[in-house]
Ligand binder design. Structure first.
Ligand SMILES: CC(=O)N[C@H]1[C@@H](OP(=O)(O)OP(=O)(O)OC[C@H]2O[C@@H](n3ccc(=O)[nH]c3=O)[C@H](O)[C@@H]2O)O[C@H](CO)[C@@H](O)[C@@H]1O[C@H](C)C(=O)N[C@@H](C)C(=O)N[C@H](CCC(=O)O)C(=O)O
Ligand SMILES: Nc1ncnc2c1ncn2[C@@H]1O[C@H](COP(=O)(O)OP(=O)(O)OP(=O)(O)O)[C@@H](O)[C@H]1O
Ligand SMILES: N[C@H](CCC[C@H](N)C(=O)O)C(=O)O
Ligand SMILES: [Mg+2]
Length: 490
């Protein structure tokens, strides 16, 4: 960053009237350069204020922190200006928005336990089919009119606002982004100018971070109660038991609510679905008028994601009839119910990103109408994440698949045997095969004519994280290798 701006231009007021020139924004003391504002944020491991002395030594011109951080900093400030706010993460996000400036004209964000990447990607695909220059931002990176990797599902504010400004400068008019619960809780997307926000569903995940269902819900609700402005549109899946709660919060803010789902009160309603080997026909109703669309997507829940995406496109200003007309052009999201390989006997191998109990149940149930034979599932659970979801994932698999193979996902710092044991407590009949490639090979080997294998949990991921090391691993590739090896092609 070469630009310099006055601290006050970032909406920040320092103690003792200081107003230095600021050369950049930074949250990591190790990356501080001369003249930057260092945001010393409360973290989950340590308070960033512990690093103020280091940041000042590297030339930080201003320190943004909260009361706890100011107390920690005490004599570490040197000549740096001090800004103390109640919510330093939010103040940083607003400052980042002012620093970076431009944003695409139309931005929507989607939250919910499952389906965010799918909805954001479908929204972007709808926009592109309608000739808008569009991107989606989330777990699979930046996709659409340009591509870039993202470290987080919801990027940190400095990165996010730079990205939005670059996108706008590059002619991108439309952006659909994922709002993860961590991102919302950490105020990563405060300051983004949203036109509409979507809610998919609310089930268990991330209790390691949020500690309670209420805190997890409140984090998600922040998208509507804090970030989406009063004149924004809330697009809510009312089939979810918490959908109407979210709609009520939006209505309390004065936002228009566009309801989607199967219930009679939906504005955009799914009337019926018919499944076949390559996708589904879906009958939808918009304000009393029926439309029939062909979706080349496997799994009933994908239609839920598609109508939410259509609702967001409509909320963003596109003509409903034109939106419905392009839905048959939608293509599946990488690693979500992706047909990875087909055996010589016709059995199918799907790769899916289900890594929560509800997603696993949804994905397995969704496969049923497309499969005549047995459903085999290969799955695990990530380490250093919500431990209570492990037996629930085992239970979901036991109830909805015919053959179970429990394997490693990303064990991260944890003992992989212990993670598998926690899953298998709820599905003792499952095979326990730690090595993921071998588990996939065994799953593929077990397939008879008409059977299907679901390889769940890692979707689009290209690596497996074990004890801090990322080893190349791609479920789709492993599925192809297994099929080729077993069907005598290699
Ligand atoms: C639990 C969590 O979300 N942690 C995020 C959080 O870290 P933290 O604030 O807790 O970090 P900390 O280690 O306590 O450090 C506190 C502060 O000191 C600073 N520091 C630290 C060390 C140092 O030498 N100097 C220094 O200044 C850090 O930059 C930080 O600001 O803030 C960091 C910077 O803003 C993030 O990089 C980090 O994401 C970690 C890596 C992470 O894994 N996050 C995941 C769980 C996440 O956010 N996932 C969601 C998707 C989840 C989903 O929906 O499935 C996502 O949006 O990606
Ligand atoms: N509407 C839905 N309802 C229930 N499960 C879903 C739904 N959409 C997707 N899923 C399941 O969740 C998995 C992940 O989907 P997707 O990547 O779109 O969700 P996400 O919310 O972005 O996940 P993450 O929190 O990891 O970013 C899918 O592979 C599928 O198994
Ligand atoms: N965004 C999710 C992704 C989980 C993917 C799964 N493969 C795992 O490692 O648990 C998380 O960080 O919890
Ligand atoms: Mg995602």
């Amino acid at each position: 960053m070469t630009q310099a701006t006055k601290l006050s231009d970032l909406g920040l007021t320092a103690r003792a009237g200081a107003n230095p020139d600021i050369t950049g924004l930074c949250v990591d003391s190790r990356a501080v350069t001369k003249g930057v504002l260092f945001a010393a944020l409360p973290g989950s491991v340590i308070h960033g204020a512990e690093y103020i002395r280091a940041a000042v030594a590297r030339g930080a011109a201003a320190i943004l922190t909260d009361a706890e951080g100011a107390a920690i900093a005490r004599d570490d400030l040197g000549d740096a200006a001090l800004i103390v706010t109640e919510d330093a993460r939010q103040a940083l996000a607003y400052a980042a928005a002012l620093w970076s400036g431009a944003q695409p004209e139309t931005i929507v964000a989607v939250t919910g336990t499952n389906g965010k990447t799918s909805v954001a990607t479908f929204t972007r695909q709808i926009w592109m089919a309608l000739d808008h220059a569009a991107i989606n931002i989330g777990t699979t990176g930046v996709e659409g009119a340009w591509h870039a990797p993202c470290a987080h599902t919801t990027p940190e504010p400095i990165t996010l606002h730079r990205l939005l400004a670059d996108a706008s400068g590059g002619g991108i008019t439309h952006a659909a982004m994922e709002a993860s619960s961590h991102g919302l809780d950490q105020r990563r997307l405060d300051g983004v100018r949203l036109d509409a926000a979507g809610f998919t569903n609310f089930t268990q995940d991330h209790l390691d971070y949020h500690h309670s269902f209420d805190a997890y819900f409140d984090a998600k609700a922040g998208l509507f109660t804090r970030i989406l402005p009063e004149d924004g549109v809330a697009v809510v899946n009312i089939d979810d038991p918490r959908g109407e709660d979210m709609a009520a919060l939006a209505e309390d803010r004065g936002q228009d609510v566009l309801r989607v789902g199967r219930k009679g009160t939906a504005d955009l309603r799914i009337l019926g679905q018919r499944f076949d080997a390559t996708g589904q026909d879906v009958r939808i109703e918009w304000l009393g008028e029926a439309h029939q669309v062909r979706l080349a997507l496997i799994g009933g829940f994908q239609a839920d994601n598609v109508v939410l995406a259509a609702g967001l496109a409509i909320a963003g200003g596109d003509d409903p009839a034109r939106v419905f007309a392009v839905l048959p052009q939608l293509t599946g999201v990488r690693g979500r119910m992706e047909l990875a390989a087909t055996r010589a006997n016709g059995a199918s191998v799907f790769v899916d990103y289900a890594h929560t109990p509800d997603a696993l149940e949804t994905a397995l149930r969704a496969l049923r109408p497309h499969v005549m034979g047995r459903i085999v599932v290969v799955f695990g659970a990530g380490g250093d994440r919500d431990t209570t979801k492990r037996p629930l994932m085992g239970k979901a698999a036991a109830e909805h698949a015919d053959v179970l193979i429990v394997t490693d996902d990303n064990p991260r710092s944890e003992d992989p045997d212990a993670i598998r044991a926690a899953i298998m407590a709820a599905c003792p009949e499952a095979s326990n095969v730690g090595d993921r490639a071998e588990a996939i090979l065994r799953g593929v080997d077990s397939l008879g004519p008409g059977d299907a294998l679901l390889i769940a949990g890692k979707g689009h991921e290209s690596g497996q994280t074990i004890k801090g090391q990322v080893y190349p691993f791609d479920d789709v590739e492993q599925a192809s290798i297994a099929v080729a090896a077993l069907d005598g092609m290699i």
